[in-house]
Design a protein around this ligand. Structure first.
Ligand SMILES: [Zn+2]
Length: 164
């Protein structure tokens, strides 16, 4: 089911989400709904708080051919390097800007079967995980933004920074 996405300044987006204590049918339904909602909005990631559920759950799919990554109670164990790139957010329409993130991260999380998983990610996937994990703490990317980029300037910025 496609759920309505909360838009700032909805206060639920600023709340710290609760740890999931039991993975059950409700959790699976939420994961499926998050997946559908993300795809319906052409998003690459969405956190449960963005649909008003204050649970530490998020789903990510950076490229269409990627498998949907489902993270329950994710913890970033460590990060290395630093990278600057543009981010946007389904809860902040028409808002884009650069954010400094770790270039590579190792994250621990539970999957939908309740298995404790560990994953190392780099590139835009690493960025996306950091963005979503921030959501679960009530942190929006604009709080870490280095520079706001107007939508019409995004392409220009990308060309300037990724031409080599
Ligand atoms: Zn977001």
């Amino acid at each position: 089911m496609i759920l309505p996405v909360l838009i700032m300044p909805d206060r639920r987006l600023k709340k710290r989400c609760y740890e999931v204590e039991e993975i059950n049918e409700e959790t699976w339904q939420l994961l499926d709904d998050l997946h559908e909602t993300m795809q319906a909005h052409d998003g690459i990631g969405i956190a449960a708080c963005q649909v008003g559920v204050l649970a530490q759950i998020c789903v990510i799919q950076v490229e269409e051919e990627d498998e949907v990554l489902e993270l329950i109670n994710p913890r970033i164990l460590y990060g290395t390097g630093e990278t600057l790139d543009i981010e946007g957010c389904l809860s902040l329409p028409e808002t884009y800007g650069t954010v400094k993130r770790f270039a590579e991260i190792t994250v621990e999380y539970y999957d939908r079967e309740g298995e404790l998983m560990e994953m190392t990610a780099s590139g835009y996937l690493a960025r996306c995980v950091q963005h979503e994990v921030d959501h679960l703490q009530g942190i929006l990317f604009t709080e870490k933004m280095v520079e706001a980029i107007p939508p019409e300037k995004i392409e220009e910025w990308m060309e300037e920074h990724f031409n080599d």
